[in-house]
Write a protein that binds this ligand. Structure first.
Ligand code: SF4
Length: 964
């Protein structure tokens, strides 16, 4: 390992790359969600150094600050050390240490009691864990539909809009064709998501001279190195995109061939107002959608590869039905003057001339810089193509779009723009990563209907899925939600990731019903993972005034660290760090695939825990076995996976031949994708650097939604159920079905209160409307948008307690536009009061130029509650850090009739925390502060030593660990 610099004989030798460890183990980083491959150097059995794995498909050796600082995460003074049982009141933080046997007995007895009565009374929710395929399966085996991870808080709008439109999505489900793109448009992405992959991709773009345009109210991170920054007003991206579409349609710069071949724009939409068919697709005798064949001047099946669909006009079908191609609806809507650049300029804050120029540049890159790759391929109908033609425009978007109450439609709008330009899965465009593309939407429905939930029984399917009609909703006959979070109800019909942000408030209010047990993992819901922290703390501690019992009777929580949520639970199951356990980044969940081929990976225990802690996944399997869950016990009632999660990873089959890991399957370990369990599988992964990867043949790397060879391979591999082409749904019949229900058609209809809402927001084409909070308040009272974003050096609250990363950010100011601040009499460094319709906080203002004038913003999750995370109560995080969450309401202002909807997107239930509006007033210097909001200092749990005043690696014992 040691490299020595060549030096003249008379100079001392300089050790340029000293040996830092006596052992190296590969695993997967978990300091953010990108899942880079890492090499961990150990010295005397302690973690000494982490570097990127150069062979790994995700990061190719690149490691960020967070990844390097994993050492200090692992040796954090905030690690929990033993199971804890609450002995005081919730929130006081009074616990006693207990043994694991007692903890597991207690948890199992609570779980068994609920399951024997009504499994729905268990609410099981997890945060940003990476084992959701496993935890969802566990919930199904238990029998509760009340399960989800953090997606409803994060970016379900992004995922659902993509999956319902083109069977893929931004974020980790796809990526720009970095090698070929010539124009890259980035919407609402801070510098955290897809961190290393985007950085590496941007470097490629810069080297190739491609243009990079970032649309974002804040110019930091990626936006800071963009060729052009468009500082849009938050929540108006949809209008901006519609204006681009307007310009492209006006100029005739859309790819009609691509549209006719790969999308439903030629499908005929029934025009029969007032009937149950209005707005649905006209269908033939076998239910196939119809097009109007221009050549034969007659209707034809949309699946007939020889049909030449008309895209304009209206037709009369043989039975007299009047119908219009979907494209006619698209052209009519977005050609309207309301979407002309001048009409949206003021609202978006983007000048009309800029919109026109960007539209022209997009068209120029797509059509005048067309790429032709000499790669023959075969389409879904068996037609051979000599080349792959690319439109080198790519786009990417994330939470800045997603976390608004109009986010679902804005995400759909971006996909509309991409598809009109013909840039999905073509050279230079946006590329799917396996297992995508999948059908639009994937053919999985949420379980939890009446009759599917029964005492002592598993669910017949997964708790999460993709409804395609009102019949798929989880509602009672009168429309009452059947899930505790109200996902898949009329309030949020397409809530594909659940609505974790509503669980605690709903459970405390008994709306739609009370629960008996709340079980959470790795979700800091008592602090930065809730929109309304004081409200959440009140809900967690609320008692029935008559009985004095907690409204949420029991709470189990598992976490590796002493987060703000720990004091609010009754039983704590301490987890390991990511370097101490087996883990799996599975293709059943959110894999690490590349556009060029599938991949998955594992984590292996690099070191053994030095505390009395256990991996949460092992604990879940143990609890499942103790209470006799069917998937976790054999016929004799013994544990099916006695070797814990590692045993499960190798031997569990979700379907015959399909397991958690795709590599080295089959008895001989020579098959990939589908194959019998291989007892030596984990050894093969470890030998290969803890990942498996394969590269698809060139002919299968583009046009995969319609590429016969890819579709057949994906079916054989187990990614698709059948090798059928995936047609992009620019016009969504699914949304129209819900809208028809609101108009009184069908057997399952929304209650009267929900009808207008469903009618409005279930438009089959993308729409724009003002974010709900903005529409509900007086804009003059709260004139500024307030946003939060993660810094590049931190990820959630884990990172902001890390001794090395705290040296980069230890407190977060409120960043303001310099001119706006000056107008308000606020100088750089002044303390300010931030007030929303819901609450107020104080922060220190910092002035900058690169931010939209109507927007203030801060870094997320740096503010900490005093005492939590074993930080000094006087730490900057507690005294100068703050969370915008404190002023975000979980509920929208009351409507006529007294009902308060969740502060969420009305289609998917995505938490709309970027809708926040505030006013900002100068307080003065720090001495003038009132210190709002104020929370009591949390005491350290038993068994946790006080953190040293200065945390340094290796200072405690000379091996690893942290000390003074
Ligand atoms: S980008 Fe994320 S996964 Fe990759 S090294 Fe950094 S923290 Fe680790």
């Amino acid at each position: 390992m040691s490299l020595r610099a060549r030096a003249p004989m008379h100079e001392p030798t300089v050790e340029m790359s000293p040996t830092v460890g006596d052992e190296v183990k590969c695993t997967t980083c978990y300091m953010c969600a990108c899942r880079c491959g890492i090499k961990v150097y150990l010295k005397n059995g302690a973690v000494r150094y982490i570097e990127g794995n150069r062979d790994h498909p995700v990061n190719r050796g690149v490691l960020c600050a967070k990844g390097s600082a994993g050492i200090m995460q692992h040796y954090s003074p905030a690690r929990l050390a033993k199971p804890l049982l609450r002995v005081g009141e919730r929130g006081e933080g009074a616990f006693k240490e207990i043994e694991w046997d007692e903890a597991l007995d207690l948890a199992a007895s609570w779980l068994a009691e609920v399951r024997a009565k009504d499994p729905r009374k268990l609410a099981f929710f997890t945060g940003r864990d990476q084992s959701q395929a496993f935890t969802g399966w566990w919930a199904s085996q238990y029998g509760t539909p009340n399960h989800a991870a953090h997606g409803g808080f994060c970016s379900v709008n992004m995922a659902a809009a993509g999956l319902y439109t083109f069977g893929g999505s931004f974020w980790e489900f796809g990526e720009p064709d970095w090698a070929h793109t010539k124009y890259f448009l980035l919407f609402g992405v801070a510098e955290d998501h897809a961190s290393n992959p985007i950085k590496m991709g941007l470097a490629k773009l810069k080297e190739a001279g491609a243009k990079f345009v970032s649309v974002n109210p804040v110019r930091t991170g990626y936006s800071a190195i963009a060729d052009e920054w468009i500082g849009i007003r938050p929540g108006t991206d949809g209008l901006f995109v519609f204006a681009l579409v307007h310009e492209l349609l006006r100029a005739g710069r859309v790819d009609l061939d691509y549209l006719a071949r790969y999308t439903n724009v030629g499908w005929l939409v029934v025009d029969a107002p007032g009937t149950a068919r209005d707005g649905l697709f006209a269908r033939g005798p076998d239910g196939e959608p119809l097009v109007w064949d221009r050549v034969r001047d007659a209707p034809a099946s949309a699946h007939d590869p020889d049909a030449a669909p008309a895209l304009h006009g209206a037709v009369s079908l043989p039975d007299g039905t009047r119908a219009v191609p979907a494209f006619e609806h698209i052209v009519r809507r977005y050609s309207a003057q309301e979407f002309a650049p001048e009409a949206v300029a003021e609202r978006t804050g983007v000048p009309a001339a800029t919109i026109r120029r960007v539209a022209a540049e997009l068209a120029e890159a797509a059509f005048d810089k067309e790429i032709v790759l000499d790669i023959p391929w075969t389409d879904w109908a068996g037609r051979r193509h000599a080349h792959m033609v690319g439109r080198p425009v790519s786009m990417h978007a994330m939470r800045g779009i997603s976390a608004h109450s109009n986010g679902f439609h804005t995400c759909r709008a971006i996909h509309l723009l991409q598809i009109l330009l013909g840039t999905i899965d073509c050279p230079g465009g946006f590329r799917y990563k396996p297992p995508f593309p999948r059908p639009t939407p994937p053919p999985v429905k949420p379980a939890g209907h009446p009759g599917q939930v029964a005492a002592g029984k598993p669910l017949p399917g997964p708790p999460l899925g993709f409804p395609t009609a009102p019949e798929d909703l989880l509602v009672e006959a009168d429309g009452t939600p059947r899930r505790i979070d109200k996902a898949f109800s009329w309030e949020a019909p397409l809530a594909a990731h659940g609505m974790m942000h509503t669980v605690i408030a709903n459970a405390a209010a008994g709306d739609p019903y009370p629960v008996d047990l709340l079980f959470m993992y790795m979700a800091n819901m008592a602090w930065n993972s809730s929109m309304d922290v004081p409200g959440t703390l009140a809900a967690l501690t609320a008692k029935d005034p008559e009985t004095g019992a907690y409204r949420i009777p029991r709470i189990i929580y598992s976490d590796a660290f002493f987060s703000e949520t720990v004091p609010y639970a009754d039983l704590i199951l301490p987890d390991t760090t990511y370097l101490e356990r087996w883990d799996c980044i599975s293709m059943l969940d959110r894999p690490i695939c590349e556009a060029d081929g599938p991949a998955d990976s594992i984590r292996q225990p690099v070191v053994a825990p030095d505390r009395d802690v256990r991996p949460f996944q092992d604990v879940l399997l143990e609890l499942g076995a103790r209470i006799g869950l069917p998937g976790m016990t054999d016929e004799a009632g013994n544990a099916r996976y006695p070797g814990g999660y590692a045993d499960y990873l190798v031997h569990h089959e979700r379907a015959p031949g399909i397991g958690s890991l795709a590599g080295w399957r089959g008895a001989d370990g020579k098959t990939h994708g589908r194959g019998a369990p291989n007892p030596g599988q984990l050894d093969r992964y470890v030998e290969n650097g803890c990942f498996w990867h394969m590269t698809l043949p060139e002919s299968q790397r583009y046009y995969r939604h319609a590429n016969r060879d890819y579709l057949e391979w994906a079916t054989e591999f187990g990614l698709l159920g059948a090798p059928e082409r995936i047609v992009f749904q620019l016009y969504s019949e699914v949304l129209q079905r819900f809208r028809l229900a609101a108009r009184g058609h069908g057997d399952v209809r929304p209650p009267a209160r929900e009808r207008a809402r469903i009618e409005t927001y279930f438009d089959p084409l993308p729409i724009w409307y003002p974010p709900f909070e903005e529409a509900a308040i007086e804009a003059a009272d709260y004139p500024l948008h307030a946003l939060t974003q993660r810094p590049m050096a931190m990820y959630h609250s884990w990172g902001s307690q890390n001794a090395w990363l705290r040296q980069i950010h230890a407190a977060n100011p409120l960043y303001m536009n310099r001119e706006t601040a000056t107008r308000l009499g606020i100088a750089d460094g002044d303390w300010v009061r931030i007030t929303s319709h819901h609450g107020r906080i104080e922060a220190q203002a910092r002035l900058m130029d690169g931010v939209n004038p109507e927007t203030v913003w801060t870094w997320n999750a740096i503010g900490k509650r005093a005492g939590a995370w074993n930080l000094d109560p006087r730490a900057p995080e507690a005294t100068r850090g703050f969370l915008l969450n404190h002023v975000i309401s979980e509920l929208l202002p009351e409507r006529a009739g007294g009902y308060r909807y969740s502060n969420s997107d009305p289609v998917t239930g995505q938490a709309a925390w970027y809708d926040l509006r505030v006013k900002v007033e100068r307080i003065g210097p720090a001495a003038a502060r009132a210190h709002e909001p104020a929370f009591a200092t949390l005491p350290r749990p038993p068994g946790m030593a006080p953190a040293p005043a200065t945390v340094r690696f290796g200072a405690a014992d000379g091996r690893g660990g942290c000390g003074a």
